[in-house]
Ligand binder design. Structure first.
Ligand code: PGA
Length: 255
C-alpha cells in the first residue's frame, strides 16, 4: 500500500489540562509505538500543547496545532506564529477547518498565506476543505473543492510530501450525519485529481486524504475501506480513549 492510514483527533475547544494529559496517554497506548502501520496525530488547544507534548514523548503520536497566523512575527495581538509552534515541538498544523472559515470568516486568501508560512517554518500542513449543505444541494460540491484546493498553489514541489488533505463536508461535522462511504469516496477521488492538477500525479498518488465529519468506531471501517479514503479527522469521537481507540484499530485492521 503506498499510503499509510492516518487517524487524527481534533480536540477543538475541549478538555482541561489534566484530561488532555490523560487522553494523550490513552492514545499513546492505543497507537502502540511498535506498530507504524497507522499514523496517529492529536490536535489539542494551544494552551494544552506542552502538556500533551510531554505525555506523547517517546511515542509515534504526532503533535498538531489547530491553527496559526499567516505571519512570522509582529504586532498581531492574540495570534500565534507557526515558528512559535515549531519551537514548542508542534509537527503539523491544521488550516482551513470549516469552523475557522464559517465562524471566524477565514478566506482562501488567508489560508493560502498560512499554508505558505507554515511550510516555511518547517511545520506540516493538514488542509481542510469541504462544502456546506446548501452548496451540496445546489450541486456545487466539486466547484467548492476546486476553489479551496487552489490554496495548494502555495506549496512548492519539494514540499508536497508535507501536506495532508482533510475532506470534511460541513453538513457532517458534529451533526451525527456521516457522509456515506460512496459520497466520501467520490469527493476524495475528486480531491486527489485536483491535487494532481496542482502538484503533479506523483504527489496525488502519495498524498493522504482524510475524511472528517461524525466518524466514529461504528462507521470508521466502512469509510476507511474506500480506495481514496486514507484516514480520518475525528472531532467528537476523539475526546476519550474509549471512543478514539476503535477508530485507530479499524485503520490498523485495514493496513
Ligand atoms: P466531528 O468533527 O467528528 O465531531 O464531526 C470533525 C472535525 O471537525 O474535524
Amino acid at each position: 500500500m503506498i499510503r499509510t492510514k492516518y487517524i487524527a483527533g481534533n480536540w477543538k475547544m475541549h478538555l482541561t489540562k489534566r484530561r488532555a494529559s490523560t487522553l494523550a496517554r490513552d492514545i499513546v497506548a492505543a497507537a502502540d509505538s511498535s506498530d507504524s502501520a497507522v499514523k496517529v496525530a492529536v490536535f489539542p488547544t494551544f494552551v494544552h500543547l506542552d502538556h500533551v507534548r510531554r505525555n506523547i514523548r517517546n511515542s509515534n503520536v504526532v503533535l498538531g496545532a489547530q491553527n496559526c497566523y499567516g505571519k512570522k512575527e509582529g504586532a498581531f495581538t492574540g495570534e500565534i506564529s507557526p515558528y512559535m509552534l515549531r519551537d514548542m515541538g508542534v509537527q503539523v498544523v491544521m488550516l482551513g477547518h470549516s469552523e475557522r472559515r464559517h465562524i471566524f470568516g477565514e478566506t482562501d486568501k488567508m489560508i493560502f498565506e498560512k499554508v505558505k508560512i507554515a511550510l516555511r517554518a518547517k511545520i506540516d500542513v493538514m488542509l481542510c476543505v469541504g462544502e456546506t449543505l446548501e452548496e451540496r444541494q445546489a450541486g456545487q460540491t466539486f466547484e467548492v473543492l476546486v476553489r479551496q484546493l487552489k490554496v495548494l498553489k502555495a506549496v512548492k514541489p519539494t514540499q508536497s510530501s508535507r501536506i495532508t488533505i482533510a475532506y470534511e463536508p460541513v453538513w457532517a461535522i458534529g451533526t451525527g450525519e456521516t457522509a456515506t462511504p460512496q459520497i466520501a469516496q467520490e469527493a476524495h477521488a475528486e480531491c486527489r485529481r485536483l491535487v494532481g492538477k496542482v502538484l503533479g500525479d506523483d504527489a496525488a498518488q502519495h498524498i493522504q486524504i482524510l475524511y472528517g465529519g461524525s466518524m466514529k468506531g461504528s462507521n470508521a471501517a466502512e469509510l476507511l475501506s474506500q480506495p481514496d479514503v486514507d484516514g480520518g479527522l475525528v472531532g467528537g469521537a476523539s475526546l476519550t480513549g474509549d471512543d478514539f481507540s476503535p477508530i485507530i484499530n479499524a485503520a490498523r485492521a485495514l493496513s
